[in-house]
Structures are given as structure tokens and as C-alpha cells.
Design a protein around this ligand. Structure first.
Ligand SMILES: [Zn+2]
Length: 214
């Protein structure tokens, strides 16, 4: 166990530098939803994405002092040959999944509603799942089974803070695109050419934000 931890915190970060990747840890402005993300080396991003996230998280903290950017799966440390399953596209270090801003009984929280951070759907409109399932994309709602347990069923998405976070991400010069479910784009009152629907071949994006830079 000690050897593994030494490798995770000392050896792997140095190897990752060869691939221009940097680990994201806990800070005042950004942190993982779960320590497991760090222990499994799923917290690496390309240095371009790293600096974009640092800048965005500082702005976000200024707007919402009680909140932080909470990240879910990012990338593995060692190059494109190791895609971060089940996210096939998370291989180049330029993609990361972020948690919505949540409230616990109307108060801001940095905790996650589920153990994995995934699968806590905003159920306002399920029609995209029905549409994709009908087209044969059975996997569209599969993250429902990837929660590893619900911790806080009473949490609710904070619409204005989530919209602010997405807006800040969109304003970053390196931002390439953001995937969230179309009904949420509408609900949050957002409009931007970089906000896209991910397609039926992916999974539902009404439990997290997928952000990528170029
Ligand atoms: Zn993603």
C-alpha cells in the first residue's frame, strides 16, 4: 500500500510530465468529487486544460465564495494509449467531467450526491433517453447504474451557480466545447455555439458537465 501511494504521489506525476500532463488535487478553488479519483490516477489533465481550470475556478470562487469547481473523471497520466474507460474520448488530457453546483437544503455544498459523482440525473425531461433508446442506443442511460450508491438524495442543482460556471468555462479562450443535455441548456437559459448535444452514442449529460479545450 505504501509503495502504491508513493507511486501515485511521486512517481506517476513525474512520468506524466513527459506527456505534458499535470494532476489536479485539492485546493481552495477546485477539488475532486472523491479521493478515489486521485488514488486511481483519474485526475490528470494536459497543462493547457490545467491552466484553463485554474483560471476559471478562481473566477468562479469570486462569484460564489462558498463553492468550488468539483471534478469527476479527467484523464489517465500516460498518453493517448490509455483512454479513461468508460469515457473513450478522455484520452488526450484535454477533457474533463465537472459536477453541477449543488445545494443542500438551499445552502451551497461542495459534496457529491452520489459516491461516483455520476448518475444523479436532473429529471426535468427524460425524452432524450427515450429517443436514444428507441434508436437502439441502449447505453444512453447506463450511468444510472454507476452511482455506487446515493449519499444525498435531497441535493438539488443550483441553477444560477451552475449556469455561471458553464458561462465562465465558455468564456475561456481555450474552450472547445461543452456537452450537457439539451433540456438543461434551455432550463439554465444558456445560449452559445460551443454548447452542444453529445449525441446518442454517448451517455446522458444531465448529471455532469463535459468540458474540453483545444
Ligand atoms: Zn466527459
Amino acid at each position: 500500500m505504501l509503495f502504491y501511494l508513493a507511486a501515485v504521489f511521486f512517481l506517476v506525476p513525474s512520468l506524466a510530465k513527459l506527456f505534458h500532463r499535470v494532476p489536479l488535487y485539492y485546493s481552495d478553488t477546485i477539488q475532486p468529487a472523491s479521493i478515489t479519483t486521485v488514488l486511481l490516477n483519474r485526475n490528470y489533465v494536459h497543462k493547457k486544460l490545467y491552466s484553463t481550470l485554474q483560471k476559471t475556478s478562481i473566477h468562479f470562487k469570486k462569484q460564489h465564495p462558498l463553492r468550488k469547481i468539483i471534478f469527476l473523471d479527467a484523464n489517465f497520466p500516460l498518453g493517448r494509449e490509455f483512454p479513461l474507460l468508460p469515457h473513450l474520448s478522455h484520452s488526450d488530457g484535454l477533457k474533463i467531467d465537472l459536477q453541477f453546483a449543488y445545494n443542500n437544503n438551499l445552502l451551497p455544498t461542495t459534496q457529491s450526491p452520489t459516491v461516483s459523482g455520476y448518475g444523479f440525473f436532473e429529471n426535468g425531461n427524460n425524452s432524450m433517453q427515450a429517443y436514444c433508446n428507441k434508436k437502439g442506443f441502449w447505453q444512453y442511460g447506463i450511468t444510472e447504474y454507476c452511482t455506487l450508491g446515493t449519499l444525498h438524495p435531497n441535493f438539488s442543482m443550483a441553477p444560477s451557480a451552475t449556469a455561471d460556471l458553464i458561462q465562465l468555462l465558455l468564456e475561456q479562450p481555450q474552450a472547445e466545447k461543452i456537452f450537457i443535455e439539451p433540456h438543461l441548456i434551455k432550463q439554465l437559459g444558456l445560449k452559445h455555439p460551443k454548447l452542444r448535444f453529445h449525441g446518442c452514442h454517448a451517455v446522458r449529460h444531465d448529471d455532469h458537465i463535459h468540458f474540453q479545450v483545444r
